[in-house]
Structure formats: C-alpha cells, structure tokens
Write a protein that binds this ligand. Sequence first.
Ligand SMILES: [Zn+2]
Length: 106
Amino acid sequence: MAVITKRKRQYVEAIVAKVCDRCGLHAESARDWPSVEFNEFLTIRWTAGYGSLLTDGDTYQADFCQKCTQEMIHPYARVAEKGFSWNPSNATLEEIFPGLRKKRGD
Ligand SMILES: [Zn+2]
C-alpha cells in the first residue's frame, strides 16, 4: 500500500486566554507557561431541558477562575476521585514510578 501525501494549509483555532465570568480575571495560556491560572479554569456548559427553571433549549456556558471556583463551587462539591495527597517533592522515586525497581532488575 502506498501512502500519498499532500501539503495542506490548515488553520487551527486554539484557546489562548480565558476570562472569569465572575471576577474578570484574565489568564493567558502561554504567558506564564505552565499557566496554573489558565489550566485551572472551570468551564461549565449545559443545555436547559423541558421544565427547567431556565429557558428550555438554551445552552449556557460559564468560565470561572480557580479562586471563584473555590468560593462558589467547592463548598458544594465532593471528591469524586482522590488526587495527590502526598507531597511529590518528598516522594521517593519508587513512589513516583512504581515499576522502576523491577525494570532495573534490583
Ligand atoms: Zn474569578
């Protein structure tokens, strides 16, 4: 089987900044890479259904910075999956890479 290639000019649309809908915080993706503020934004998007208190069929979206998420959402949220409860800077290599010892034959 042969592979046929062709050069194509493509345009890629990327999110380069986010603005908090509550406090107006502006976070750019590339300015302070890795941008914690940019990466920790919460985006909520939903469509109201029949019988909703909102307008039936309208799709809503909101973006919140991590500080606003902590203040508004976190008090009502539960932990669905446990994250890192240990401090990675104090972890051993075996804790970070469990298969490391076996691969090295130790
Ligand atoms: Zn905010």
